[in-house]
Design a binder for this molecule. Structure first.
Ligand code: ADP
Length: 383
C-alpha cells in the first residue's frame, strides 16, 4: 500500500466554539495538524472530544470559528460542507456497519460513494480486506462477525477510498483488553501506511501515548496542551494534564530554593528537587506532581541524589514484572511505586524521587516574602 503515501491533508481549526444552552462544549479551540500526523485528543468524559471530532466530520456545526481541510474551509459561521463532501472517513466506537451488506459490500460502499466501481474497486477492496486479515470473510454479514472483526471491517471501509483525513471516535472502547492492544497496533500501522492525517479521540491515556505523534489534552472544552507525547509526559502544562496522564501522587510543599529551571521543595521533613511549569520563587507553596516512573524504593542505608520521601507500605499489588506499592507518608501517599521485590505491608521505606518525573505547580499561596538569590549557594537548603 505504498501508493497511499502523501495522502494526508492539513487540518486547521480556528476559534472553534460550540454551545449547548449554557454549556460551552467547545470554548474556543485553535488547532493545527500537519499532513500525515496522528493527533490524539485526550480528555475525560464531557471535555468536548466528541463535539470536536463531530465538527471536523461535519455532523455538527460550529457556532463560531472555522475548520479548514487542506485549503478548503469546510465549516464556519456561514459555510457548511456536508460530511460526505469532505475528504475524510470516520471509524466509530459501535462500528456502524451496514447490517444488510456483507463485509465486501460494506467496504465497497465507501468506493461506490466516490463513484469508483469495476475491477479497480474490486482490487482495492480485496487488497484492503487482506491487509486487515479478513480476506476469507468477505461474504459474511456483520452479525456473523466478532466485535474485533467488525471493527477491522470499519477500518478497511475507512481507508479503502484513501481519504486525506481519518477520524477515530473511541474505536477500541467496546473491545476486550487483549484485542484492544492488537487492534491499536493495526490502527497505528495501517493509518501510517495510508499516509492519511488522523484525529483519534480517547479518554484512555495509555492508548493516547501509544498512538499519538501529537497529543491534544481537552479540559472543559479548552485545549490545554498540544504537544508531542514525550513533552506532555515530561512537562504537563497544568496539574489537570499531569493528573490525567498518570501520577503516583501529589506532594504538598514549599519552595526553599530555585536552581536554574528547577526548584528545591521542602516536603514534610524532606527536600526534593523538581522541575517547574513556570517561574517559582522561594516561599511559594506548591504541589509537586510525581510520575510513577520517577519513584524508586531505596535499599537500606542508600541515599537519593535528588531527594526522597519516607513512608509506610500500605498496599502491594503483583504486576507480573514486579510489584506496585502504595507508600503513605506524613504529607501524602505515592501509588504505583514499583519494585522487583515485594515489600511487606507495614514496612517503613524511603522512596527516591527523580526530578525528571516531577513538576511543581504553584497553589497560589506564599508563606514568606523571601526572594531567592541568583547565587544558589546563598540559599541554604541544609537547614
Ligand atoms: P466528550 O466526548 O469529551 O465526553 P462531549 O463533546 O460529548 O464530551 O460533551 C461536551 C459537553 O457538551 C458536555 O458537557 C456534554 O454534556 C455537552 N453536550 C454534548 N452534546 C450535547 C447535546 N447534543 N446537547 C446538549 N449538551 C451536549
Amino acid at each position: 500500500m505504498t501508493d497511499y503515501q502523501d495522502n494526508g491533508t492539513t487540518l486547521q481549526v480556528r476559534g472553534a466554539v460550540k454551545r449547548y444552552g449554557a454549556v460551552h462544549a467547545l470554548a474556543g479551540i485553535d488547532l493545527d495538524v500537519a499532513a500525515g500526523r496522528f493527533l490524539v485528543l485526550l480528555g475525560p468524559s464531557g471535555s468536548g472530544k466528541s463535539t470536536l471530532i463531530r465538527t471536523l466530520a461535519g455532523v455538527e456545526r460550529l457556532d463560531e470559528g472555522e475548520v479548514r481541510l487542506g485549503d478548503q474551509v469546510v465549516g464556519d459561521g456561514r459555510r457548511h460542507v456536508a460530511p460526505e463532501k469532505r475528504d475524510l472517513a470516520m471509524v466509530f466506537q459501535d462500528y456502524a456497519l451496514w447490517p444488510h451488506l456483507t463485509v465486501l459490500g460494506n467496504v465497497g460502499y465507501a468506493l461506490r460513494r466516490r463513484r469508483l466501481r469495476g475491477p479497480e474497486a474490486a482490487r482495492r477492496c480485496e487488497e484492503v480486506l487482506d491487509r486487515v486479515g479478513l480476506g476469507a470473510l468477505a461474504g459474511r454479514y456483520p452479525h456473523e462477525l466478532s466485535g474485533g472483526e467488525q471493527q477491522r471491517v470499519a477500518l478497511a471501509r475507512a481507508v479503502v477510498a484513501r481519504p486525506g483525513l481519518l477520524l477515530f471516535d473511541e474505536p477500541l472502547s467496546n473491545l476486550d483488553a487483549d484485542l484492544r492492544e492488537r487492534l491499536r497496533v493495526e490502527i497505528a500501522t495501517l493509518t501510517r501506511e495510508t499516509g492519511a492525517t488522523a484525529v483519534y479521540i480517547t479518554h484512555d491515556q495509555s492508548e493516547a501515548f501509544a498512538l499519538a505523534d501529537v497529543i491534544g489534552v481537552l479540559d472543559h472544552g479548552t485545549l490545554v496542551q498540544l504537544d508531542r507525547p514525550e513533552a506532555v509526559y515530561a512537562r504537563p502544562a497544568t496539574p489537570f494534564v499531569a493528573r490525567f496522564t498518570g501520577l503516583a501522587g501529589e506532594l504538598p510543599g514549599r519552595v526553599v530554593a530555585a536552581d536554574g529551571g528547577d526548584v528545591i521543595v521542602q516536603v514534610g521533613d524532606r527536600r526534593l528537587r523538581s522541575r517547574t511549569a513556570g517561574v517559582l520563587a522561594t516561599g511559594d507553596v506548591v504541589s509537586v506532581t510525581v510520575r510513577p516512573a520517577a519513584t524508586t524504593i531505596l535499599l537500606a542505608g542508600a541515599t537519593a541524589p535528588h531527594g526522597s520521601v519516607s513512608g509506610t507500605v500500605t498496599d502491594v499489588a503483583y504486576r507480573g514484572r514486579g510489584y506496585d506499592h502504595v507508600v503513605t507518608g506524613p504529607v501524602g501517599a505515592l501509588s504505583a511505586v514499583f519494585d522487583q521485590h515485594a515489600r511487606p505491608r507495614g514496612s517503613a521505606v524511603e522512596v527516591a524521587v527523580d526530578p525528571d518525573g516531577c513538576v511543581a505547580y504553584p497553589t497560589g499561596e506564599r508563606v514568606e516574602k523571601v526572594r531567592y538569590s541568583e547565587d544558589i549557594t546563598a540559599v541554604s537548603i541544609a537547614s
